[in-house]
Design a protein around this ligand. Structure first.
Ligand code: DX5
Ligand code: ZN
Length: 219
């Protein structure tokens, strides 16, 4: 059983205070910072790009877990690596050749994440799993914070755990979207070991982020 890690999504942070929000997350015991990058094309929302990530990285003592929801993603991988991403997560649908994009991330010495949308099947990346550090299971359709968790994706987590055991692999399993104190238990029971959360961490318990991180970690 892998240690449970918490990756707060800054999508729900106060955007006028992002540097301070990141410092607050570091002091509150977050394991990494989840940065949602959206392009208004792969997903119907726009967020932040490499210069902002580069500036924010200075406020962080923990890794940046950068979730790229942009297409075509391949030509931008290097910019995000240079900006300070420690984990670079891409969607298979956003690149012409997932194998090339994985190799690109590895060549830049960053951790490789691949994200599966709710309707995307595990088979799409099964033969690449030996080169992947992390699978990000989307439990909402990507694009916005504050959506409702889709419990049907938990079966993919169980499937991945089985493949990991059978093939003696070591990738981590992260879940993203609509995580709260109830469904976090189900995600961990299914085999997820990294929980992304925006709304629950920033808005529950009057925004007491330390309490919310501790509660999520101990579900
Ligand atoms: C959705 C993003 C998520 C989202 C999580 O496209 O990838 O990271 O911000 O936010 P909550 O926890 O509010 O669903
Ligand atoms: Zn995300």
């Amino acid at each position: 059983m892998k240690k449970i890690k918490i990756s707060p999504s800054i999508l729900s942070a106060d955007f006028s205070q992002l540097g301070n929000e990141i410092k607050r997350l570091c002091s509150a015991g977050a394991d990494m910072i989840h940065v949602d990058v959206m392009d208004g094309h792969f997903v119907p929302n726009l967020t932040i790009g490499p210069p902002v990530i580069k500036a924010l990285k200075k406020s962080s003592s923990i890794p940046f877990d950068v979730h790229l929801m942009i297409s075509p993603v391949h030509k931008y991988i290097e910019s995000y690596a240079n900006a300070g991403a420690d984990i670079i997560t891409i969607h298979p649908e956003a690149t012409d050749d997932i194998n090339d994009s994985i190799d690109k991330i590895r060549s830049l010495k960053k951790k490789v994440g691949v994200s599966l949308n709710p309707e995307t099947k595990v088979e799409i990346i099964e033969k690449n799993l030996n080169k992947i550090d992390l699978i990000l299971i989307m439990s909402v359709n990507p694009g916005f914070g504050g959506q409702k968790f889709m419990p049907e994706v938990l079966s993919k987590i169980k499937e991945l755990v089985e493949i990991r055991n059978n093939k003696k692999l070591n990738f981590e399993i992260e879940i993203d979207g609509g995580i709260n104190f109830d469904n976090a238990k189900d995600a961990v029971a299914a085999g997820a070991n990294i929980l992304v959360s925006g709304t629950t961490i920033f808005k529950s318990n009057n925004g007491n982020i330390k309490k919310n991180i501790d509660l999520l970690r101990s579900v």
